[in-house]
Ligand binder design. Structure first.
Ligand SMILES: [Zn+2]
Length: 129
Protein backbone atom coordinates (compact mmCIF):
# COMPACT_ATOMS: atom_id res chain seq x y z
CA UNK A 1 0.00 0.00 0.00
CA UNK A 2 2.80 2.44 0.91
CA UNK A 3 4.58 1.58 -2.33
CA UNK A 4 1.42 2.42 -4.29
CA UNK A 5 1.01 5.75 -2.49
CA UNK A 6 4.67 6.65 -3.12
CA UNK A 7 4.36 5.65 -6.75
CA UNK A 8 1.25 7.79 -7.30
CA UNK A 9 2.79 10.77 -5.49
CA UNK A 10 6.00 10.49 -7.45
CA UNK A 11 4.09 10.68 -10.73
CA UNK A 12 2.19 13.70 -9.40
CA UNK A 13 5.37 15.56 -8.33
CA UNK A 14 7.50 14.26 -11.21
CA UNK A 15 10.13 12.77 -8.94
CA UNK A 16 12.02 9.49 -9.04
CA UNK A 17 12.53 7.37 -5.94
CA UNK A 18 15.60 5.38 -5.05
CA UNK A 19 16.16 3.35 -1.92
CA UNK A 20 19.15 3.62 0.37
CA UNK A 21 20.25 1.76 3.48
CA UNK A 22 20.68 4.71 5.86
CA UNK A 23 18.34 4.53 8.83
CA UNK A 24 15.55 7.14 9.08
CA UNK A 25 17.05 9.42 6.43
CA UNK A 26 15.83 10.86 3.14
CA UNK A 27 17.58 13.11 0.65
CA UNK A 28 16.64 14.91 -2.51
CA UNK A 29 19.04 15.66 -5.36
CA UNK A 30 17.49 17.29 -8.39
CA UNK A 31 14.20 15.42 -8.73
CA UNK A 32 15.43 12.16 -7.22
CA UNK A 33 14.37 11.34 -3.68
CA UNK A 34 16.54 8.86 -1.88
CA UNK A 35 14.63 7.02 0.83
CA UNK A 36 16.50 5.30 3.63
CA UNK A 37 15.48 2.42 5.80
CA UNK A 38 12.47 3.22 8.02
CA UNK A 39 10.84 0.76 10.40
CA UNK A 40 7.86 3.13 10.75
CA UNK A 41 6.04 3.65 7.41
CA UNK A 42 4.46 6.88 8.62
CA UNK A 43 7.91 8.32 9.40
CA UNK A 44 8.97 7.33 5.89
CA UNK A 45 5.99 9.07 4.31
CA UNK A 46 6.35 12.30 6.31
CA UNK A 47 10.06 12.37 5.42
CA UNK A 48 9.17 11.88 1.77
CA UNK A 49 6.84 14.89 2.00
CA UNK A 50 9.62 16.88 3.66
CA UNK A 51 11.72 16.29 0.54
CA UNK A 52 8.75 17.43 -1.56
CA UNK A 53 8.92 20.57 0.63
CA UNK A 54 12.50 21.08 -0.58
CA UNK A 55 11.19 20.83 -4.11
CA UNK A 56 8.40 23.36 -3.57
CA UNK A 57 10.09 25.94 -1.32
CA UNK A 58 10.61 29.17 -3.24
CA UNK A 59 13.90 30.89 -3.95
CA UNK A 60 12.31 34.06 -2.61
CA UNK A 61 11.72 32.40 0.78
CA UNK A 62 15.28 31.08 0.95
CA UNK A 63 16.74 34.49 0.07
CA UNK A 64 14.47 36.30 2.53
CA UNK A 65 15.87 34.06 5.30
CA UNK A 66 19.43 34.54 4.05
CA UNK A 67 19.90 30.80 3.43
CA UNK A 68 19.40 30.00 7.12
CA UNK A 69 19.45 26.20 7.13
CA UNK A 70 17.35 25.73 10.26
CA UNK A 71 14.62 28.06 9.03
CA UNK A 72 14.57 26.40 5.60
CA UNK A 73 14.41 22.92 7.13
CA UNK A 74 11.49 23.89 9.38
CA UNK A 75 9.67 25.46 6.44
CA UNK A 76 10.17 22.30 4.34
CA UNK A 77 8.56 20.20 7.09
CA UNK A 78 5.70 22.67 7.17
CA UNK A 79 5.26 22.66 3.38
CA UNK A 80 5.45 18.85 3.33
CA UNK A 81 2.75 18.43 5.98
CA UNK A 82 0.48 20.90 4.16
CA UNK A 83 1.13 19.17 0.85
CA UNK A 84 0.23 15.81 2.42
CA UNK A 85 -3.08 17.34 3.62
CA UNK A 86 -3.80 18.40 0.04
CA UNK A 87 -3.46 14.71 -0.82
CA UNK A 88 -5.82 13.72 2.04
CA UNK A 89 -2.94 12.37 4.11
CA UNK A 90 -2.94 13.38 7.77
CA UNK A 91 -0.01 12.56 10.02
CA UNK A 92 -0.14 11.65 13.70
CA UNK A 93 1.39 13.97 16.28
CA UNK A 94 4.11 11.34 16.77
CA UNK A 95 5.13 11.54 13.11
CA UNK A 96 5.05 15.34 13.09
CA UNK A 97 7.20 15.38 16.22
CA UNK A 98 9.61 12.94 14.52
CA UNK A 99 9.84 15.33 11.57
CA UNK A 100 10.43 18.52 13.46
CA UNK A 101 13.01 16.77 15.66
CA UNK A 102 15.04 16.10 12.50
CA UNK A 103 15.20 19.86 12.01
CA UNK A 104 16.69 20.28 15.50
CA UNK A 105 19.89 18.68 14.22
CA UNK A 106 20.40 21.84 12.15
CA UNK A 107 20.52 24.19 15.13
CA UNK A 108 23.83 26.00 15.02
CA UNK A 109 24.55 24.60 11.57
CA UNK A 110 24.96 27.96 9.83
CA UNK A 111 27.15 29.32 12.59
CA UNK A 112 29.47 26.34 12.16
CA UNK A 113 29.49 26.45 8.38
CA UNK A 114 30.26 30.14 7.99
CA UNK A 115 33.60 31.28 9.42
CA UNK A 116 32.68 34.99 9.51
CA UNK A 117 29.20 34.33 10.87
CA UNK A 118 29.75 36.42 14.02
CA UNK A 119 31.01 39.40 12.07
CA UNK A 120 28.24 39.04 9.50
CA UNK A 121 25.25 38.31 11.74
CA UNK A 122 26.46 38.67 15.32
CA UNK A 123 25.23 42.23 15.72
CA UNK A 124 21.75 41.21 14.66
CA UNK A 125 21.49 38.68 17.47
CA UNK A 126 19.37 39.51 20.46
CA UNK A 127 19.68 36.88 23.13
CA UNK A 128 17.90 36.87 26.47
CA UNK A 129 19.75 35.08 29.23
ZN1 LIG B 1 15.50 18.86 4.69
Amino acid sequence: MLATILNDLSIQYSVTIEYASEVNKCYIAGRTISIGNYSNPEFLLISYFHEIGHLLITREYIERWEYNTLQIELECWHIGIEEAKRNDILFSDTAIEFGYKQALTYIGHDERECSNWGEKYGKKLFIHK
